[in-house]
Write a protein that binds this ligand. Structure first.
Ligand code: NAD
Length: 296
């Protein structure tokens, strides 16, 4: 098995790297955060002092970074030039398709292979190894990456050429944000009319309003023991990251003159919620904003 370098060991990357170790891979990780590095050591991985050091002997490089800016900065000429010949690069961060394609072009021009492979499934899916990977890149690179991705996920889709994984991911997250806001509105309305949030959620789960937010990520505190809402919205998918994804969807809409009225409304709601000082907590906290709060 090839050595895997894993850069970006946060809420998602940390458990993903731990699952690779569990499946018998040799993983060397790097993150700017000391606690993220310690968690990888605890999981049985090795850590490097820099990204450059981490990738030097790796046959596969995986990145799980916040945004396109971080990905473009990390894959500098210097880093690409220090990779082993023919390295397989998998970027699982959610970023814009333009950056994904330009980084892949640079990597390919130096003889490497690259796919964009953003994920869906949240931190719970990252921990359980049940993520959905949405891949953009050649069929050959997709097939080579598949056994590695299967150590961290259950559903591995090939969306199309380079960048296609990012486009599909952005469409999904725009829908997720709209669903989360809609679910929050419905629960708040019911609760204000005296209904129990758990009872109402169970009813809607078995009715036509059913969706992922209701099934595994209920935004109302106490309804689901394992959802971020029941731990003061910590450790999930940050409001700032959802705001970033909605911004990417809005840009993608502009590029193709596609109307996304609900997506744009969701972007504005999340932006206000972020600017009120809630950027670092989980995106399901939007229910608190809809309930009239400005800060959790
Ligand atoms: P996070 O902020 O928890 O983790 C990002 C990590 O990257 C941090 O630990 C940070 O220290 C590290 N980092 C930043 N710059 C770095 C650099 N130059 N070198 C090394 N490490 C660096 O974010 P996350 O929730 O893990 O999300 C990561 C990506 O996954 C984002 O693009 C996000 O949109 C996407 N995503 C997140 C979720 C989720 O539920 N959290 C779900 C699907 C997709």
């Amino acid at each position: 098995m090839k050595k895997i370098a894993f850069i970006g060991l946060g809420n998602m990357g940390g458990p993903m790297a731990a699952n690779l170790v569990k499946k018998g891979h040799e993983v060397v990780g790097f993150d700017l955060s000391e606690s993220a590095l310690n968690a990888l050591v605890y999981a049985g991985g090795q850590v490097a002092g820099s990204a450059l050091e981490a990738v030097k002997e790796a046959g596969v490089v995986i990145t799980m970074l916040p945004s396109g800016k971080h990905v473009a900065e990390l894959y500098s000429e210097e880093l690409i030039n220090n990779l082993q010949p023919g390295t397989l690069i998998i970027d699982s961060s959610t970023i814009d398709a333009v950056t994904a394609r330009s980084v892949a072009e640079l990597a390919v021009s130096r003889g490497h292979k690259m796919i964009d492979a953003p994920v869906s499934g949240g931190t719970g899916g990252a921990q359980a190894g049940t993520l959905t990977f949405i891949v953009g890149g050649s069929a050959e690179n997709f097939n080579e990456a598949k056994p590695v991705l299967e150590c961290m996920g259950q559903n591995i889709f090939h969306a199309g050429d380079s960048g296609a994984g990012q486009v599909a991911k952005i469409c999904n997250n725009m829908l997720l944000a709209i669903n989360m806001i809609g679910t929050s509105e419905a629960i708040n309305l019911g609760v204000r009319h005296g209904l129990d949030a758990s009872v109402l959620s169970e009813i809607m789960q078995k009715s036509s309003g059913r969706n992922w937010s209701l099934e595994v990520y209920n935004p109302y505190p106490g309804v689901m023991e394992n959802a971020p809402a029941s731990r003061e919205y910590s450790g999930g998918f940050a409001v700032d990251l959802m705001t970033k994804d909605l911004g990417l969807a809005a840009e993608a809409g502009l590029e193709t003159k596609t109307s996304t009225p609900l997506g744009n409304t969701a972007l504005n709601l999340y932006r206000i919620w972020s600017e009120s000082g809630n950027g670092k907590i989980d995106f399901s906290s939007i229910i608190q904003f809809l309930n009239g709060k400005l800060k959790v």
